[in-house]
Design a protein around this ligand. Structure first.
Ligand code: KG4
Ligand code: ZN
Length: 354
């Protein structure tokens, strides 16, 4: 099925066309230059720019796919979570498009779409569909979730952050030290030149049950690391002569190890050995290298053949509409439809709690 996907949950105005899980076009008009002055996304600016751009961005996606509007067989859009004003623009555009052309419409969840991204095929690229069930590592600017994934729409949260999301921590540290915007890519780049052993930052201790008896074995926390890097830097210095790159590398290493400690605990407890990553932070080079290492670990002279790791290609880690079109195609092929009065929501809706 040829599906047009629309994504406007934050600051990327995106449209894409997917057919049978193959990405035919993937247009992302970024608003980064318009928000960088404030070192963060300004919601009002984001929604206004989506309104101005969405028509042309969608047209460009159809054109780059080598198709005509009449070739589109279904429409999908992100409905939640995200910035409400921004979500509404893309959602209403997709609904209007579907209504005007008499096409089926589906509203999808942004986080499920991130988890789906690694299944998409970019022409000429590898096919990499992990078998269900697997462990999902969803790490973006607004969310950090370790989950069990039984199907594209069946996700159970095992752990999540108790404070900041992983990407948010990258963004805040980069902002504090003026490393660049957006923070994740800036730190990743700077860290390449740094020594990750220059500072030994603390890891959170969340695994003990709290007073209510809830265990936090797979939960994450970034506020302690953030405080250490911003306010207590000297306390964690190991080497005397350090640079900004050393701060970036040491922070990045700890931020990723926090994710991996919880994730590997989930691997041990559930026995699920396949890991699928998604979201903007899944583009992080240190995280990708560490997970590759996990998949290739040899124990007792034997390769762990059952360990598998899947990432989206870099261009499908951050916000994009190909993941929306791809996930939308799955629902539409199953016969699911969203009513045209479907509205947007800023909140997470799609996940089950364990
Ligand atoms: O998925 P995404 O594009 O948007 C949300 O849904 O939030 O994720 C954006 C987040 C930002 O916090 C950004 O700093 C982070 O992903 N990010 C990275 C990298 N590239 C983007 N974090 C670490 N390393 C990267 N290479
Ligand atoms: Zn996202």
């Amino acid at each position: 099925m040829v599906v047009l996907g629309i994504e406007t949950s934050c600051d990327e105005c995106a449209a894409a066309v997917v057919h049978n899980g193959v990405v035919l076009s993937n247009v992302v008009a970024t608003q980064i230059p318009f928000h960088s002055k404030w070192q963060g996304v300004v919601p009002e600016i984001a929604s206004r720019m989506h309104t101005e751009w969405i028509y042309d961005v969608a047209g460009e996606a159809v054109k780059r796919a080598g198709l005509k509007v009449a070739d589109i067989e279904g429409a999908a859009a992100t409905a939640h979570p995200g910035l409400l004003g921004s979500l509404l623009v893309g959602l209403h555009f997709a609904k209007a498009f579907a209504w005007a052309r008499g096409l089926p419409f589906i509203a999808v969840d942004h986080l499920l779409a991130h988890l789906y991204a690694s299944r998409l095929v970019i022409e000429g690229g590898p096919v990499s569909s992990a078998d269900y069930p697997f462990l999902g590592l969803l790490v973006s600017g607004g969310h950090s979730v370790i989950c069990r994934v039984d199907n594209f729409d069946d996700v159970t949260v095992l752990g999540t952050t108790v404070d900041d999301a992983a990407g948010e921590a990258f963004d805040k540290i980069a902002k504090h030290y003026s490393f660049g915007y957006p923070g994740g890519t800036a730190i990743d780049k700077l860290a390449q030149k740094g020594n990750s052993e220059a500072f030994k930052f603390p890891m959170p201790n969340l695994y003990k049950p709290d007073r209510q008896g809830n265990d936090h074995r797979y939960d994450l926390s970034y506020s302690g690391l953030k405080t250490a890097v911003v306010n207590q830097l000297e306390q964690f210095r190991v080497l005397p002569d350090t640079t900004d790159a050393d701060i970036a590398a040491s922070f990045q290493k700890t931020a990723v190890e926090i994710l991996l400690r919880a994730l590997f605990r989930a691997v041990e407890d559930t026995g699920l050995q396949t890991i699928v990553a998604g979201g903007g932070v899944a583009a992080n080079s240190y995280l990708r290298a560490r997970l590759e290492e996990y998949a290739h670990t040899v124990t007792g002279g034997n390769m762990q053949a059952e360990r598998k790791v899947y990432f989206p290609p870099l261009e499908l880690c951050g916000d994009n509409a190909a993941m929306v079109a791809g996930l939308g195609e799955q629902y539409l092929l199953r016969g699911d439809r969203s009513p045209l009065n479907t509205s947007a929501s800023a909140r997470v809706q799609a996940f089950k709690r364990r």
